[in-house]
Design a binder for this molecule. Structure first.
Ligand code: UDX
Length: 466
């Protein structure tokens, strides 16, 4: 198998060039490589992964104009997201992908030692790239980097408009969406709120389009976590002959580590600092790689953490505060939290969550962060910002009951109360116990006979059948 002579087939992968998408794609590539497949990572110059960290993979760069699109639009705006998406979908980029795939196909036919190209795995929104592959007869698999619940929601927008849940009204925000429990109207990412509802809906529909034209959908989740949601999606796709593969948590199904996937340098000094803290006492605070908050919110978070009296490790990445490259902490903050608070720019998050000093995770409910927290049995304080994060936060609080949702305007007293509830009070202790129980379920799916390991085996068989 791995490393032993000629590989059974080659799989090309193309992630969307953002941390939350590059990470699971490289992890999936690692899982497939470990089962005997050769891997080529296609990537943009923007947010390019470092080939030196992955000697087991081949890399092929495709030219892109994403940095230009990002630079030409306002930080954090929807315009920016749309412009960057357009750059990823640009015809020139798709053409370069086609050339790279054509060259892999030729090599597979002409070179004895070179395995044949079996398929391309794409991020869910890359329709133009998928078309380029289809033009060469290369099948595509789609990697969904969000939960099955979120995937199910994105397939339900026609229903949500037909039944009047959307556009959301002030009066129906708390209304349960009975077709998609436990979601409420306020958890739906509402395209009507975007500058153009049509463009918003088009973006949301990309994942459905690519999936419908694919030879299979891979979802970074596991059966015991989302049985109902997977059953619905599986049933819908089975009608079209499209299999689904619930393969998660990807970070534990792969040898690709977080140093190898991180676009930013991780500050490991926090681990020595955690070593000095009491077991289960520290709140880890991080809002992922793309969320922005306002200057006022930043100040309230800082004061809430300071006033909570609890030890904390806070990731303040560059650009976290809208329009500010390097956010500055409020005056007096450092002396107020001396010894019990540490602020860093980027953490070795998986290592942090695995540390015995960590007792809670204040998160933006990004899907990778959520899976990493579930794996370590760490209860969460959820503060979702947009898109799939709203869905995940609702599931964390209402379905899995392993976290507390922090809603409304961010305000220091409210933050202090929420931290105390999570870290000290009865409700927090019960949440912690349920997080520990779910951790055990997740670990079972990773055993050799577990559902996720079996799904990887099935996926490899499927790929070899192309
Ligand atoms: C985005 C969306 O926010 C998320 O909801 C979607 O599912 C994927 O794309 P991001 O915001 O970056 O991703 O969040 P998340 O999915 O949680 O991914 C962040 C990754 O960065 C995690 O794997 C986490 O371990 C890593 N990270 C985060 C670090 O390595 N260090 C840090 O300090 C913070």
């Amino acid at each position: 198998m791995a490393g032993a002579g000629r590989r059974a087939a080659r799989v090309a992968v193309f992630p969307l060039p953002f941390q939350g998408h590059i990470t699971p794609m490289l992890q999936l590539a690692g899982a497939l490589h470990a089962r005997g497949l050769a891997i080529t990572v296609l990537h943009t110059a923007f947010n390019a992964p470092d080939p030196a960290r992955h000697p087991e993979f081949s890399f092929a760069a495709v030219p892109d104009a994403i940095s230009d699109a990002a630079a030409a639009t306002e930080d954090g705006s929807m315009d920016r997201a749309l412009a960057m998406n357009a750059a990823v979908e640009a015809p020139a980029l798709a053409e370069s992908v086609r050339d790279a795939l054509a060259s892999m196909l030729r090599a597979g036919e002409q070179e004895e030692e070179e395995p044949r190209l079996a398929c391309l795995v794409i991020d869910a929104t890359l329709t133009a790239v998928q078309e380029a592959a289809a033009g060469l007869g290369v099948p595509t698999l789609v990697l969904h980097t969000c939960s099955a619940a979120c995937f199910r929601l994105f397939r339900s927008y026609d229903m949500l408009y037909d039944k009047g849940y959307l556009p959301a009204q002030e009066s129906n925000l708390l209304l349960p969406v009975k077709e998609l429990p436990p979601l409420q109207v306020r958890d739906l990412f509402d395209p009507s709120k975007l500058p153009s509802k049509e463009i918003g809906l088009k973006l949301l529909n990309l994942a459905n389009e690519t999936t419908a034209r694919s030879s299979g959908a891979i979802i970074n989740t596991f059966e015991a976590l989302e049985a109902q949601e997977l059953e619905t999606v599986r049933g819908e796709l089975a009608e079209k002959g499209i299999p689904i593969f619930p393969i998660g948590p990807l970070h534990k199904l792969t040898s690709v580590d977080s140093v190898g996937t991180s676009l930013l340098k991780q500050d490991s000094t926090c681990i020595q600092w955690l070593d000095t803290q009491e077991s289960g006492s520290v709140l880890y605070v991080s809002f992922g790689s793309v969320v922005h908050i306002t200057q006022d919110e930043f100040t309230e978070v800082a004061c809430g953490l300071a006033n909570s009296g609890k030890p904390f490790l806070w990731v303040v990445r560059r650009g976290l505060v809208l329009g500010v490259e390097k956010p500055e902490l409020p005056e007096g903050f450092e002396s107020a939290v001396k010894g019990r608070g540490k602020v860093i720019e980027w953490a070795p998050q998986q290592e942090v969550l695995a540390h015995s000093a960590i007792g809670g995770f204040w998160t933006h409910s990004g899907w990778n962060s959520t899976l990493e927290s579930v794996y370590e049995g760490v209860p969460m304080l959820s503060r979702p910002n947009f898109g799939d994060q709203l869905v995940t936060a609702r599931y964390v609080e209402d379905r899995w009951k392993i976290g507390i949702l922090l809603e409304g305007v961010l305000e220091r007293e409210k933050i202090k109360r929420a931290i105390t509830m999570l870290m000290e009070e009865k409700e927090g202790m019960e949440t912690r116990q349920r997080a520990k129980n779910l951790k055990e379920k997740m670990r079972m799916c990773l055993e050799s006979s577990g559902s996720s390991q079996q799904a990887v085996d099935k996926l490899v068989d499927h790929i070899l059948s192309f």
